[in-house]
Design a protein around this ligand. Structure first.
Ligand SMILES: CSCC[C@H](NC=O)C(=O)O
Ligand SMILES: [Zn+2]
Ligand SMILES: [Zn+2]
Length: 405
């Protein structure tokens, strides 16, 4: 798909390529990577890296005039989340473009736009004959939306990843409805927890003591009372964003066999997202206390317990950040620094000690990732290519560090 071709109706070639990519159904639960993974490009050298056990593929490319220096990683995921087609104005995989130039498709913001912007930016740099000092790697990973476990989480531990000698990474961010662009230098930790409440069974007509439901109610109250407090904290502080508070959402409840049988156990599950500044050990002690207070034998289990609180430096004297922010300043872009509210593959990159910034250059755009009628305007998309062109060039020109010489 990454071949040059003429575009119908005078549409910019990059926009046509973007729309073509949006039409590929790389959608969960059964993403079709057929065409994406077998793509070859005339300008960019592609390499399919067999993820052995996993049977997943990741194409990677190289450039760079000084291959001994640390490289730049441009990471993007190729998978997208499912849609409720009946709630969409257009087919979510048709990449319909309306009169205003809004392109509607699943993945238009998250994050197929960025994939094509990276590629087109690198191509432009190449076409202009720009020599980049540091190598730039493009990486396309297949399962970010379901946790990145078979993709990035495994890949960062793979010897091939080490060989890439990455010094700095770019990955996805979020749209910003205003003039500014949001950049993410850290993420909240996702904790997925199921609390198990056992109790005495009996006939549904009686006042049985020690029921699972009474314990369940107490657990739900503790978690949701805390949710309310955090919501208040977010709403009463001007300088807080979602990334600065803990969110709690009750997402599943299980239990019971019949109307008139008091159940022997009931389970409740929560999706928690915890900001990097929270003491995770203390927070778990709190959860334990809520369970103990709920009654006898109430236990919990984690389905996901991320413990990485690494932040990417945004200090003025940090060479990567200073290159990134200076390039943005030169383009008159206003940046808003935030903690990413959800989880991306950046957490695995940061976990192995590589600084990563989440950045999807979409301003004047409502945040519609995972939502119905996700769209991106073609002008915003095209501007993003120029933004990446400058950014990539700046990052690949960060002077050699003393330990690199
Ligand atoms: C925690 S693993 C799941 C990762 C997922 N990422 C994007 O939405 C998320 O729910 O944040
Ligand atoms: Zn994403
Ligand atoms: Zn997503």
């Amino acid at each position: 798909m990454f071949t040059t071709r003429s575009s119908p109706g005078g549409e910019d070639l990059s926009v046509s390529l973007f729309r073509e990519y949006l039409r590929l159904k790389t959608v969960h639960p059964d993403p079709d990577y057929g065409e994406t993974s077998s793509s070859q490009d005339a300008d960019i050298k592609m390499r399919l890296l067999d993820m052995c056990l996993l049977g997943l593929l990741s194409p990677i490319c190289r450039s760079g005039t000084n291959p001994t220096l640390k490289s730049i990683l441009l990471n993007s995921h190729t998978d997208v989340v499912p849609v409720y087609q009946e709630h969409w104005k257009y087919d979510a995989f048709s990449a319909f473009k309306d009169a205003e130039g809004n392109i509607f498709a699943r993945g238009s913001q998250d994050m197929k736009c960025v994939t094509i912007q990276y590629i087109q930016a690198v191509r432009r740099l190449k076409a202009e004959g720009r020599k980049l000092m540091r190598t730039v790697h493009l990486m396309f990973v297949p399962d970010e939306e379901v946790g990145g476990h078979k993709g990035m989480e495994t890949f960062v531990k793979h010897p091939e990843f080490n060989k890439l000698n990455i010094g700095f990474a770019l990955d996805e961010g979020l749209a910003n409805p205003g003039e500014a662009f949001t950049v993410f230098y850290g993420e909240r930790n996702p904790w997925w927890i199921t609390v198990h409440c056992p109790g005495s069974p009996g006939h549904g007509s009686r006042f049985v003591e020690n029921t699972a439901a009474e314990k369940l109610r107490q657990v739900i109250n503790s978690f949701l009372d805390f949710r309310e407090k955090e919501k208040q904290r977010l709403n009463t502080s001007e300088c807080f964003t979602l990334g600065d508070v803990t969110t709690v959402n009750m997402t599943m409840v299980k239990g019971g066999v019949a109307y008139n049988v008091i159940p022997a156990d009931m389970d409740v599950s929560f999706d928690l997202r915890i900001p990097p500044k929270v003491n995770l050990q203390e927070f778990e002690r709190q959860i334990k206390k809520w369970c103990t207070e709920a009654g006898e034998d109430v236990t919990y289990k984690f389905a996901q317990k991320s413990m990485n609180q690494k932040l990417t430096s945004t200090a003025e004297n940090d060479p990567w950040w200073s290159a990134f922010s200076a390039a943005c300043k030169a383009m008159n872009l206003t940046l808003e620094k935030e903690i990413f509210p959800a989880a991306t593959d950046s957490r695995f990159i940061r976990a192995v000690g590589i600084p990563a910034i989440g950045f999807s250059p979409m301003n004047r755009t409502p945040i519609l990732l995972h939502d119905h009628n996700e769209y991106l305007n073609e002008r915003v998309f095209l501007k993003g290519i120029s933004v990446f062109e400058r950014l990539i060039s700046a990052l690949a020109s960060v002077p050699a560090f003393p330990d690199e010489a």
